[in-house]
Design a binder for this molecule. Structure first.
Ligand code: SF4
Length: 354
């Protein structure tokens, strides 16, 4: 017998006592719920809080989001990663302004037709902002569900997700607090039924119903397919500076980190001699070349291992399409992905204009 039909009462009373205090929960209007859910995809709650508040301050309505210029939007998103989320937010905002008079539709089906809004996000908005009886099933919820039921099925299969969607929907149909129920499951997955390491079963409100706990097999679930190994790429980063400016290059409009700014770099870990040759190829005259910091950055499917060279340039001439920016401009205007942030330090700008 599945324990799922019985989880609502203990879960909701636990939520009443223990709900996390989160900025978007103070004003659960559809726009705030939507922005927070998109930010929370792939990003930790603690990291999202300050981004969320700044975003809503600068873009308080869907119309503001629809009209903001892309560079300002990406700058607001700088450091959150997965920048296509920001672009999809804006695309959706423009659709909502054109087709729904600037208000997100109060319908699970209509929400799902909007760019970047899948079943989970549509379920979260529909239930939290509109109190519609719709589940919001993501990886956290699947972890809780498969542990509750000691389910040996592979959670990457869409049939498994669909099954839990239907089981939760059956609970929500007669329940007046669907938003609270979904948020309680989210909180349980984030704070008690943890993804890494042992879950805190002794604090869990549904422990008496949990089959994995009864069998002491909590870490056997969820069952996932084997992960592919990440591809490793070596890069050499050029920190080109000329007095109070450093050089940035715009990335291509598609692919990884599309449309963002970066320090110029090439594949491979170049020796100092090769660095000199590369600079010559770019038509850059250097008065000084120093080896600088190394850093690695992990994307979902790829890892960059980066060495860098600090190059003092005699002039700002090169065959590369570069912009030369001041410290203030880099801070305020140019969105620089997290992969390149560790190369930013005051010493980049230590030379003053002559
Ligand atoms: Fe997760 Fe443990 Fe609660 Fe089961 S008892 S749902 S494994 S925290």
């Amino acid at each position: 017998m599945s324990p799922i039909p019985d989880i609502a009462p203990p879960l909701l009373s636990w939520y009443q006592q223990s709900a996390r205090s989160l900025p978007w929960r103070d004003h659960p209007d559809p726009y705030a719920v939507w922005v927070s859910e998109i930010m929370l995809q792939q990003t930790r709650v603690e990291a999202v809080k300050s981004y969320f508040e700044r975003f809503l301050q600068q873009l308080p309505t869907i119309t503001h989001l629809a009209n903001v210029d892309e560079q300002t939007l990406l700058k607001l998103w700088e450091g959150l990663g997965y920048y296509s989320r920001a672009r999809n937010l804006q695309k959706t905002a423009q659709t909502v302004v054109q087709e729904y008079s600037g208000q997100l539709p109060a319908s699970f089906e209509a929400l799902k037709t909007l760019p970047g809004i899948g079943d989970y996000t549509a379920g979260a908005i529909a239930s939290i902002a509109f109190q519609l009886p719709v589940p919001a099933v993501d990886g956290n919820v699947l972890r809780v569900m498969t542990r509750l039921t000691a389910d040996p099925r592979d959670i990457s299969k869409s049939a498994v997700k669909k099954d839990y969607f239907e089981q939760i929907q059956a609970i929500l149909q007669p329940l007046p607090r669907s938003g609270d129920f979904n948020q309680a499951l989210m909180d349980l997955g984030a704070t008690i039924c943890l993804p890494n390491g042992l879950p805190k079963c002794e604090e869990c409100p549904v422990a008496s119903l949990c089959q994995a706990f009864a069998q002491d097999r909590m870490l056997d679930f969820p069952v996932k397919p084997d992960k592919k190994a990440r591809k490793i790429e070596m890069h050499t980063v050029f920190l080109l500076r000329n007095h109070d400016r450093v050089a940035l290059r715009k990335r291509a409009d598609s692919g990884l980190l599309a449309g963002l700014w970066e320090f110029p770099h090439v594949e491979g870990q170049l020796s100092r001699k090769k660095v000199e040759e590369q600079l010559q190829l770019w038509g850059i005259r250097a008065s000084q070349i120093e080896k600088s910091v190394s850093h690695h950055h992990i994307f979902s499917h790829i890892e960059w291992r980066m060495n860098s060279f600090l190059v003092t340039c005699e002039e700002i001439v090169s065959s590369l399409p570069l912009v030369w920016v001041s410290q203030k401009e880099l801070l305020q205007t140019y969105p620089l992905p997290a992969a390149f942030q560790p190369f930013v330090s005051d010493t980049l700008w230590q030379e003053k204009p002559v």
